[in-house]
Write a protein of this length. Structure first.
Length: 154
């Protein structure tokens, strides 16, 4: 994540007219959330779909500062700095969404709860019957990025 983050911060964001809403599905959802949590003054929010947010499961016990600060399930409970929390609370777009049939549904529920514990008004949607696949994410994006911001399909 750190090399990707550096690229976004140094090459992409300076070319944009304002703070973007980061959106991503699956591993991209993790990137979107991390960009917002780690750089809240530079982002306009996030739409995270079907993300795997607890990265410790892939590290075979390895742990250092870089793995800690790229695992939102690990570092969010200890985040108490208002320099981060204030801008995060004021972000207009904060969405964590997944399908009830997605293998990462527990991560989405956990992340949404941790965010709410920090006073973040995050929209946590569990879409009934949906799984981890592109057609679902396309429909989710239509919902979350449309001007009307409708509710998830039943």
């Amino acid at each position: 994540h750190l090399q990707y983050e550096t690229y976004i911060l140094e090459e992409v964001l300076p070319r944009l007219p304002g703070p973007p809403v980061a959106a991503g599905a699956s591993f991209g959802a993790l990137h979107a959330v991390l960009l917002a949590l780690r750089h809240p003054t530079r982002m306009g929010g996030f739409v995270a779909m079907s993300g795997a947010f607890d990265t410790a499961r892939w590290l075979d016990g390895y742990h250092d500062d870089s793995t800690y600060f790229t695992n939102p399930i690990a570092f969010l409970p200890g985040l108490n700095d208002e320099a981060y929390l204030g801008p995060l609370r004021s972000m207009p777009a904060k969405v964590v969404a997944t399908g009830e049939g997605d293998p990462n549904v527990a991560d989405s529920i956990k992340l949404g709860g941790l965010m709410r514990d920090k006073g973040l008004d995050v929209r946590l949607d569990i879409w009934p019957g949906w799984a981890h696949d592109w057609p679902y994410w396309k429909d989710m994006l239509r919902t979350y990025l449309s001007p009307t911001k409708s509710e998830p399909a039943a």
